[in-house]
Design a protein around this ligand. Sequence first.
Ligand SMILES: [Zn+2]
Ligand SMILES: [Zn+2]
Length: 256
Amino acid sequence: MVLIDSHAHLEMPEFRRDLEQVILRAKASGVEYIFTVGTEKKDWMRALEIAHSNPSVYAILGVHPHNAKEIDDQTYPTLRGLCRNEKVKAYGEIGLDFYRNLSPRGVQLKRFREQIGLARELRLPIVVHDREAHQETLEILKSEKAEECGGIIHCFSGDYEMAKVCIDMGFYISVPGSITFKNAESFREIVKKIPWESLLVETDAPFLTPEPFRGKRNEPSYVRYTAQKVAEIKKVSFEKVAEVTTENALRVYRLK
Ligand SMILES: [Zn+2]
Ligand SMILES: [Zn+2]
C-alpha cells in the first residue's frame, strides 16, 4: 500500500526542528512521495534542498497569491532558472485568495495570469490555490489557456459544477484533511461525485490537520486519514483509494 502527499510545505518553520522524523514517519505510514511547495522567494532554495537530500521528496515552486505583491523584476528570471531543476515537478502554488487578501486583488489577478504563462513556457503543470475566488479563478484558467499545462486545484473548495469545469480542462481535484471535519458534509457530497481518475489527496501540512489530530500540526503521514475518509465516502477499500490517488499523482507530476 502506497500513498502520495500531493501537497505539503516542509520548508516552513514548523518543520525545522524535526523534519527528518517527519519524513521517516511518512515513509513508515506508506507515504512514498511528498511534494513540497515553496511559496515565496525565501522558501524556494530550502524546498529544493529538502528535495535533493530526500529521494522521496519533490519540489513545486512559484509565488503564492499572499506574496503576489512581492514579485519584482528578479522574480521570474530566478524562478525560470530554478524550475529547470529535475526535482521540480510543477509550478505553484499560484492563484487567488480573496479570503485573506494579503496582496491587493488587482495584483493577485495580474500575477496569476503571468504565472500561468510562465508555467506554460516551462511546460510544467500548475498547482492552483483558490480561496473564495471561484469565479475569477475559472475565468483566468480559461482565458490563459491553462488546459495547455493542466495541473491541480489544491485544497479544492468549489462546488461540483466548478470541479466539472476544471476536470474538463484536464485538472485534478485535490482533497485536504478538512474532508474529515464534522461540518464538511457538503464537501463530502462533492467528493462522492468526483470521478476516480481526477482525484488526489494532500495534507497542505503544517495546515488543515485532519481528525483525529485537528488542532495539532499537520504532517504528511496524516494523509492516510484523508484517504480513509475518501474510502468511507466512496464506499471502497482504503487500498483502492491509495492505489488510484497514487496513480493519479504520478501521472499529473509526470513521474511515470
Ligand atoms: Zn494553498
Ligand atoms: Zn499549500
